[in-house]
Design a protein around this ligand. Structure first.
Ligand code: B16
Ligand code: MG
Length: 216
């Protein structure tokens, strides 16, 4: 029986991947590194520090630790400029209804995001109160596909991993859920996310949370 839901943030609740793209591309251009949508796709669910390492590897560039910190800070400043204008209208279709329904049905709800900006984003879109626990990039150190972020989410809800279902948009996130021994519903394309127990394109497809997570 599933009693807890663990939500990724970027790509599941809001589409912030487009803002991460703008900010990383600006940094890559300054460093003369090619960065397109294909590369951005590979950074979904990946921590800030790991993302920078990957971009530098793609560009064949080696930087000193202080330079890496400088570019991570600069990228985040550009990202914050992008998300400053966000509001509840950016919540992805069906998500607000799904969260409200899940709470009404007595399910426990946690966030499991790699982002260090998760709380300000949830505040901006008015969904902070929808979560019983928040586990984000300020709490965990291991990047997905390591299951740490979801295991900690389950722990904070007082549930066992097998009592939880993860909602993810990234391949690394699906792998993290499976490695943690949880059920997983992926949001996105089946060709990329096919290892999940079910792939949906939108929360509009699953209006009843209890039914959706217990029929996997
Ligand atoms: P930040 P998620 C992840 O969030 C994003 O998918 C990933 O692209 C980003 O690099 C990572 O958060 C860190 O974000 O720079 O804001 O700390 O999908 O795990 O909610
Ligand atoms: Mg995501």
């Amino acid at each position: 029986m599933i009693r807890g839901l663990l939500f990724d943030l970027d790509g599941v609740i809001v589409d912030t991947a487009k803002y991460h793209f703008v900010a990383w591309q600006r940094m890559a251009a300054a460093l003369n590194i090619h960065f397109g949508h294909e590369e951005n796709e590979q950074l979904k669910g990946i921590s800030r520090v790991e993302s920078l390492e990957r971009i530098l590897t793609w560009g064949g560039l080696t930087l000193a630790q202080e330079e890496k910190q400088h570019w991570m800070d600069q990228k985040n400043a550009w990202y914050l400029e992008c998300i400053a204008q966000m509001g509840p209208e950016e919540i992805l279709p069906g998500v607000a209804h799904f969260l409200a329904e899940a709470r009404a049905q007595g399910l426990s709800i946690a966030l499991g995001s790699a982002s260090k900006n998760a709380v300000p984003i949830l505040e901006r879109i008015g969904l902070l109160d929808a979560f019983d626990a928040i586990v984000d990039g300020t709490v965990v150190t291991a990047s997905k596909p390591n299951p740490e972020v979801f295991l900690e989410g389950a722990r904070r809800l007082g549930l066992r991993p097998e009592e939880c279902c993860v909602f993810e948009d990234a391949e690394a996130g699906v792998e993290a859920a499976l490695a943690g021994g949880m059920r997983c519903i992926a949001v996105g394309q089946p060709d990329v996310l096919g290892r999940a127990h079910r792939v949906i394109q939108s929360f509009d497809q699953i209006p009843n949370p209890t039914e959706a997570v217990n029929s996997l």
